[in-house]
Design a binder for this molecule. Structure first.
Ligand code: AR6
Length: 167
């Protein structure tokens, strides 16, 4: 079964087969982790994203990593928190699971996730962490790939929440 790791830091610096981007449905970039990934990967990433033509919430798309250490970027779109009665939990779970499925389909051994939807999309951090960890643990129990999954927390609050749950 895969090794699940926790890191406090910048996902653009990760040495993994794929880093996951918390994108928006346009896939045309933005702020937060999306902006950081596009800056680090270089302009060719936006070109490839433009050709994809968008991604619905809960789904995922793969591109090359260009100037990143990671060979690939898996772009997924988490839900915008609208109070919790708009399918947010299921959509966040789908964002993680569909990213993992795409990694598996491409034979990728290692993948790093940011804390999807917990920035400008305002998903409550504690429940987002529970959903993320549960989705990943269930997936890796049933599938041989990926072998290594890293949760990369950028803020201390998320890091502490993940550390608590992962033990
Ligand atoms: N490495 C790892 N995590 C990061 C980094 C980084 N370099 N920078 C920020 N984070 P957000 P969302 C964390 O807002 O809530 C974009 O504009 C951050 O601390 O990036 O899914 C997109 O284009 C937070 O915990 O994404 C969309 O429009 C987490 O990444 C929208 O934001 C997610 O915060 C998506 O919103």
């Amino acid at each position: 079964m895969a090794k699940i790791e926790l890191v406090l830091g910048d996902i653009t610096q990760m040495d993994v087969d794929a880093i996951v981007n918390a994108a928006n449905e346009s896939l045309l970039g933005g702020g937060g982790v999306d902006g950081a990934i596009h800056r680090a990967a270089g302009p060719q990433l936006l070109e490839e994203c433009r050709a994809i033509g968008g991604c619905p919430t809960g789904e995922a798309r793969i591109t090359k990593g260009y100037n990143l250490n990671a060979r690939y970027v898996i772009h997924t779109v988490g839900p915008i928190w609208r109070g919790g009665q708009h399918n947010e939990t299921l959509l966040l779970r789908h964002a993680y699971v569909n990213s993992l499925k795409l990694a598996q389909k491409h034979g990728l051994k290692s993948i790093a996730f940011p804390n999807i939807s917990t920035g400008v999309y305002h998903f409550p951090k504690q429940s987002a962490a529970q959903i993320a960890i549960r989705a990943v643990e269930e997936f890796v129990t049933k599938n041989p790939l990926p072998e290594r999954v890293v949760f990369v927390c950028f803020d201390q609050e998320n890091y502490n929440i993940y550390r608590e749950i992962l033990g």
